[in-house]
Design a protein around this ligand. Structure first.
Ligand code: KIV
Length: 278
């Protein structure tokens, strides 16, 4: 079969063979279709949905229902990439049972192939239970945006010895608990490199340097869909904000000057039909 679905085995093999993994976010059908067609290995329906699409200031207001709505749109579009659904704030904190139920909904209703959740040793019981239910789990360490009020801002994590050791120990514990991969967000390059060397499962970096086993970016950042600030690590591969603004402004001006629509954009009517109406 050509282009089979990306699986956790594909992730493992990519690390063993030293092949970098690619991951991008998508929250809707057309973007997911483009990302999949571009040959990206995994599509994360991130809870960055909250900031990027729903207009919230953080990921904290995002609910299970919000996530499922967007996970369903993405999985309808994707043929090859692994679709990973982010577990939103509080969906895996109340109890182990509720965590498994919510993770299961991402696969059963959303048709995702895996879930991602934030945190280290404090979420191990949930991770183990979800893995035991047969659901692949991706971990997420470093800057974990759902804890933004505890972290005190969007900053690089693991900078002193205690924090760096904690991050490494959390990564090893998550691997022991059965995660198939771990996102490292805003982690100093040497620490992300060490974690990557120590783990058997692949690390996926965002603001964590070039030595992770794979990279992830928020697609809206990569495409330059927003003007203004974007984080240092978010390389822009296009300037869509400028292109879209130019198109929207041209449309407004052409409607106002009656340049649009032209004769080629309209539909004719037989003269005889028209005559009878006058
Ligand atoms: O929600 C998200 O988009 C993420 C990525 C930044 C890794 O968690």
């Amino acid at each position: 079969m050509s282009n089979p679905r990306v699986t956790t085995a594909y992730f493992r093999q990519a690390k063993q063979e030293g092949r970098p993994l690619t991951m991008l976010t998508a929250y809707d059908f057309p973007t997911a279709r483009l990302v999949d067609a571009a040959g990206i290995d995994a599509i994360l329906v991130g809870d960055s949905l909250g900031n990027v699409v729903l207009g919230y200031e953080s990921t904290i207001p995002v609910t299970m229902e919000d996530m499922l709505h967007h996970v369903k749109a993405v999985t309808r579009a994707v043929k090859r990439a692994m679709v990973i659904a982010d577990m939103p704030f509080l969906s895996y904190h109340i109890s182990v049972e509720e965590s498994v139920r919510n993770a299961g909904r991402m696969l059963q209703e959303g048709l995702a192939q895996a879930v991602k959740l934030e945190g280290g040793r404090e979420v191990l019981p949930q991770v183990k239970a979800i893995v035991n239910a047969g659901i692949p789990v991706m971990g997420h360490l470093g800057l974990t945006p759902q804890s933004i009020h505890q972290l005190g801002g969007y900053k690089v994590q693991g900078k002193d010895e205690a924090a760096a050791r904690k991050l490494l120990d959390d990564a090893l514990a998550l691997e022991q608990a059965g995660v198939f991969s771990i996102v490292l967000e805003c982690v100093p390059t040497p620490l992300a490199t060490l974690v990557t060397q120590k783990l058997g499962v692949p690390t996926i970096g965002i603001g964590a340097g070039p030595h992770c086993d794979g990279q992830v970016l928020v697609t809206h950042d990569l495409l330059g869909l927003y003007g203004g600030f974007s984080p240092k690590f978010a390389k822009r591969y296009a300037q869509l904000h400028e292109n879209i603004m130019a198109a929207l402004t041209a449309y407004r001006e052409e409607v106002q000057s009656r340049a649009f629509p032209g004769p080629e954009h309209g539909f004719g009517l037989d003269e005889t039909v028209l005559e009878k109406l006058y």
